[in-house]
Ligand binder design. Structure first.
Ligand code: ZN
Length: 479
């Protein structure tokens, strides 16, 4: 009896079967989806899906920004020509992007996830609030990945002039009035071609807030790379091209009132900022980007760089009475300076710091040296002349001559409520700028990572940085 009934109406049986299968598949799909959401939101770190999506978007953004920003039409055409000529394989680069992008998915770890399930329950409401916040922040997420790709594009420029050209083209493509300012070269090197980039909105030549940082970096060049630890590595990611990228992104939110100044020579002679004084600006607030670990500086220590030169008379080391050693008085003076206790102190800035950076002199162990010198640097908390007088007075006692290379006073800085504060012991371009009323110093990442082979910035901090700069500029414009 059963067999004919099945054969009699096969279509009537197949439909519910198909439906059942469809529903089962759909439920399975939903289960997988919810499992993925569980991984995404309850799995503390890493968050593989989000990380993976971010990577795809960053890589594609990077490719896109290279095609559009690095170049004008002519360059794009050249690239297309290359594709046609078979020199450039887009499919290969896309495959590389994709395989790089799905790498974070291999971070799935089932055990930690199971451990987290117990705490997942009380996190349930938190999950909803996160979902809500994230869905409302799609524009923000866009900005997030833009700042990372922009930082990488800047860091991957091996020379400062390339970075300057990139910033100029990027801003011009976004309706900014951009001018380049030639900065005098060091030691008469005409090939150096150092430039500042200054940009304002059309019709707003003297904005009251100017975002400012530097495009030069210390050597050697290190290309950008994203580490598994959630940091972006490379020369200049934190000092200071990551901050430049954040300022570029932040400035797009303002149609007037905000300008951009990116100088060169901050790491060497501050010539870029000195030259920027000739732009004729009268800026109310200068917001300077340097590594400050998301804190706002209340003050910056000053600097005094000096050379100590000791002259002697050389002779055979077995008969030292026939000559005069240049190194001995220098050693005595240096130890006296290092042990001196009465350098100026400041309740806010702290103590004066001395570093004996370079010592040189003599030619061989069996020759009494006739020449010796030392390069010393003070982080001063008073007028540098006070410390300069202390050094000169003691140097005279040992017949040592002194030469001051550079000096600048400490600077008191303007800071906003709501940001943690600190005192910057390191030097920046701020003392060399003469065109502002109030200066602020703010950026992400640590000065301790700057100038090292492991220079890095946390991707989380980098993604938040444009928002912080927008907040700062809005607060200043409203004040
Ligand atoms: Zn710097």
């Amino acid at each position: 009896m059963k067999a004919p009934s099945v054969q009699a109406s096969p279509s009537k049986v197949a439909t519910p079967n198909f439906r059942a299968k469809y529903i089962k598949a759909y439920i399975l799909f939903l289960l997988i989806l919810s499992l993925l959401f569980y991984f995404e939101y309850f799995h503390e770190r890493p968050q593989p899906i989000r990380k993976s999506l971010c990577r795809i978007s960053e890589e594609v953004n990077r490719l896109y920004s290279c095609n559009v920003d690095c170049g004008n039409k002519r360059q794009q055409l050249t690239m297309w020509d290359k594709v046609q000529a078979g020199e450039h394989n887009y499919f290969q680069s896309l495959r590389r992007i994709f395989s790089n992008s799905i790498k974070p998915l291999s971070d799935f770890q089932f055990k930690p996830f199971i451990r987290n399930v117990s705490i997942a329950e009380w996190k349930f409401f938190d999950w909803f609030s996160q979902l809500y916040t994230r869905s409302g922040k799609s524009a923000l997420l866009n900005r997030d990945s833009q700042v990372v790709s922009l930082t990488r594009s800047l860091v991957d420029k091996s020379s400062c002039s390339e970075a300057v050209g990139f910033v100029r083209d990027w801003l011009k493509a976004r309706d900014w009035n951009v001018s380049l300012q030639l900065v005098p070269s060091r030691n008469g090197d005409d090939k150096e071609n150092r430039m500042n980039v200054f940009a304002t909105r059309f019709g707003d030549p003297n904005p009251s807030v100017v975002f400012c940082s530097h495009l030069d970096t210390v050597p050697p060049f290190i290309p950008s790379s994203i580490g598994e630890d959630g940091f972006l590595y490379g020369r200049g990611v934190c000092d200071a091209r990551g901050l430049v990228a954040s300022m570029l992104v932040a400035a797009q939110n303002f149609s007037k009132g905000v300008g951009l100044l990116f100088v060169t020579g901050e790491e060497t002679d501050h010539a870029g900022m000195i030259e920027a004084n000739k732009l004729g600006l009268d800026t109310k607030y200068l917001v300077v980007g340097e590594p400050t670990e998301n804190k706002m500086a209340v003050a910056q220590a000053g600097v005094l760089k000096m050379k100590l030169i000791s002259q002697g008379v050389s002779c055979h080391s077995a008969y030292p009475e026939r000559g005069k050693s240049a190194t001995v008085p220098l050693i005595k003076l240096l130890s006296e300076l290092l042990e001196f206790k009465d350098y100026p102190k400041d309740p806010e800035l702290g103590e004066t710091i001395l570093n004996v950076g370079v010592i040189g002199g003599g030619i061989a162990s069996n020759v009494v040296p006739d020449e010796a010198s030392a390069d010393i640097m003070f982080r001063v908390v008073s007028e540098p002349e006070v410390v300069e007088r202390i050094v000169t007075k003691r140097a005279k006692h040992y017949s040592i001559t002194t030469k001051t290379y550079s000096k600048n006073c400490p600077v008191r800085l303007y800071h906003l409520e709501g940001f943690p504060t600190f005192v910057a012991k390191y030097n920046t371009d701020i003392p060399y700028a003469k065109f502002y009323h109030k200066a602020l110093l703010f950026g992400a990442c640590s000065i301790l990572d700057a100038h090292t082979s492991q220079e890095r910035i946390s991707l989380d901090d980098l993604r938040k940085l444009p928002e912080n700069y927008i907040h700062i500029a809005k607060t200043l414009l409203d004040s």
